[in-house]
Design a protein around this ligand. Sequence first.
Ligand SMILES: O=C(O)C1=C[C@@H](OP(=O)(O)O)[C@@H](O)[C@H](O)C1
Ligand SMILES: C=C(OP(=O)(O)O)C(=O)O
Length: 430
Amino acid sequence: MSKNALVSFKGNKNINTEIQLTGSKSECNRALIISALSKNLVKVENLSNAADTVTLNGILNKLGVWSDESGESSEPQTQDSTLVDVGPAGTAMRFLSAYLSAKNGNFLLTGTERMKQRPIGILAEALKTIGADITYAENEGFPPLTINGPLNQKTSLVKIKGDVSSQYISALLMIAPTLPQGLTLEIEGELTSKPYVDMTLEMLTEVGIQHSWNGNLISIAPQSFQSGTLVVEPDWSAASYWYSIAALAEEAEISLPALKDKSLQGDSQIQKIMKIFGIATSKTETGISLEKSKAPLGAGGVLDLKTCPDLAQTIIVIAAALGKNMAFTGLETLKIKETDRIAALQNELAKIGVTLTEDDLVYTLNTDELHFPDKITIATYEDHRMAMAFAPLALLINEVEIEEMQVVEKSYPYFWEDLKKAGFSVEEQR
Ligand SMILES: O=C(O)C1=C[C@@H](OP(=O)(O)O)[C@@H](O)[C@H](O)C1
Ligand SMILES: C=C(OP(=O)(O)O)C(=O)O
């Protein structure tokens, strides 16, 4: 049964706390796939407790050591295929599509109803070009997928659109060294979410996989993984909610141990972005510290979020709450995430009198009618980031009720406990 969170903050809006963030879901999900592909030669340290990571880890453990020969599995069978259910985990869906194509066995790869609306045709067609046997079990271009592995490689060169989801490209790059002919990806159109592709390649490099990237061609030859350990950093996307809390508080000093300023994660650019909202980041002996500066806020302007889509909701809600009439670009991918995040933002921001309107892919925030009612109720649309981006408004609004509070589990299961640690009151409502 789902519960709502009634969030409030009584007394001085002065936040002074230390928060231990869980491991990055993006790094973990890559590390798990790489470890499985390496037949456990590569170990993983600091696994996240994000539900998406727990799900992927559970699936890989049940499937057993990666094999392109035997196809042995203890998973439930539907007729003669192994059912693999990723729930709401987008990276797990995309990474497993490639992984299972290379593995021996028959699989039915599925997820939540929302997952069945998140496009996968670009990746599935690329895999088919390479030689995979994939069919759409329900709707053309969407999960669930029926996969009969292992693929019989027909070509090493594949063209792939880069402007819909970088996860398709990461998925292919990870299996590339295990393919008999390796892989060259020709990226068509502008590459979206590029730091996630960089992360994939850097993690592969850490375990001995070389690549070349020239113009729009990324190549990986057939190679063996070296033994080693991938150590996962704390999650910068989760850190973004602490920047939001710092920005909306009167005073704030928040310490985030083990976070690295120079990170594999593109969302570490929140450090730079938040300067315009008056938050200074400093490196400490143990990690990172955020401080609200007394300096006046920077001007509005246009912010391009193409390289950090998971920060979009956090930043847009902060800008709205601080009454900044800014504009944003690079939000094209938000419509195919956990929910249509543009529509979700428009609906929920309307509750504080703010509009977000699009003209030629530029999204403009109008805060002229901004007001804070005594209480608001925020719908979350099965999207963890809606809950976490809006909860900090409790620093400005007496009571913020967040519907279906359990959504945070996807990437940051201890979010509510951490809020309490920082002085918020979080009551569970049925
Ligand atoms: O590769 C990854 O770990 C991710 C890539 C991004 O997706 P897109 O490439 O679809 O934008 C991001 O939104 C997602 O949360 C995680
Ligand atoms: C988009 C996200 O996740 P995924 O695509 O992995 O479901 C996210 O965590 O914001």
